[in-house]
Design a protein around this ligand. Structure first.
Ligand SMILES: [Zn+2]
Length: 205
């Protein structure tokens, strides 16, 4: 079971929206984040413009970006001010993920959709083809970052111990639990299972 989308298929879904729209009245272009840096802050200058173009609630987009970028921020006029320096590529990637998740119809690729809430479930309703689909909420796509893969072997250094005494290694943004190891061990680890940023592995010789 995996709830991960690979980047390619996600991108395809976003890009597939383009040619169809060209033949109709307006063409949907994936908005490009206009990012600048001021001191220790990152500013998306056209945040509200992006939100308007995808016709979503600014707070919904805002919360998503805060969560996905792991930072705090606030909306000031047209701009979204983010704490810390965050790469333009990462921001653009997360904007595209948002569009792939909450805007583009899963069936026909049209961006002409509406986001509704039924209880706790978010539903994407397509005005073009009528498809009604629950949003696939968990999208974990990385760009410029390493993706850990199940079944593959990695050379890791155990840098910590869990409360249960399992060794813990870090790999990019992942925390990997490796039973039977101790701090300082350098081991080859086969990844057995990944759940978001947490993985479980076992030592292979
Ligand atoms: Zn549709």
């Amino acid at each position: 079971m995996t709830d991960l989308y690979d980047y390619e298929s996600l991108l395809k879904r976003v890009r597939d929206a383009l040619p169809e729209k060209i033949t109709t009245k307006e063409r949907f272009e994936i908005p490009k984040a206009d990012v600048i840096y001021e001191g220790k802050n990152t500013i998306i200058r056209n945040f509200i413009d992006i939100v308007k173009r995808i016709n979503r609630d600014p707070m919904h987009v805002y919360k998503y970006l805060m969560r996905e970028l792991g930072t705090a921020g606030n909306i000031q006029g047209q701009r979204l001010i983010l704490k810390g320096r965050i790469s333009h590529t990462l921001i653009q990637n997360r904007v595209e993920n948002y569009i792939g998740t909450y805007v583009i119809c899963y069936e026909c690729g049209s961006p002409d959709t509406e986001l509704r809430k039924e209880g706790r479930i978010e539903i994407l309703v397509c005005k073009a083809c009528g498809a009604i689909r629950p949003v696939h909420a968990k999208i974990d796509v990385r760009i410029g970052r390493t993706v850990l893969e199940e079944g593959k072997v990695y050379e890791l250094e155990i840098t910590d111990l869990s409360r249960d005494g399992d060794g813990i290694a870090k790999y990019d943004s992942y925390t990997i639990y490796v039973p039977g190891t101790k701090k300082g061990d350098k081991v080859k680890v086969k990844i057995l299972r990944i759940k978001k940023n947490v993985a479980f592995g076992r030592v292979v010789s």
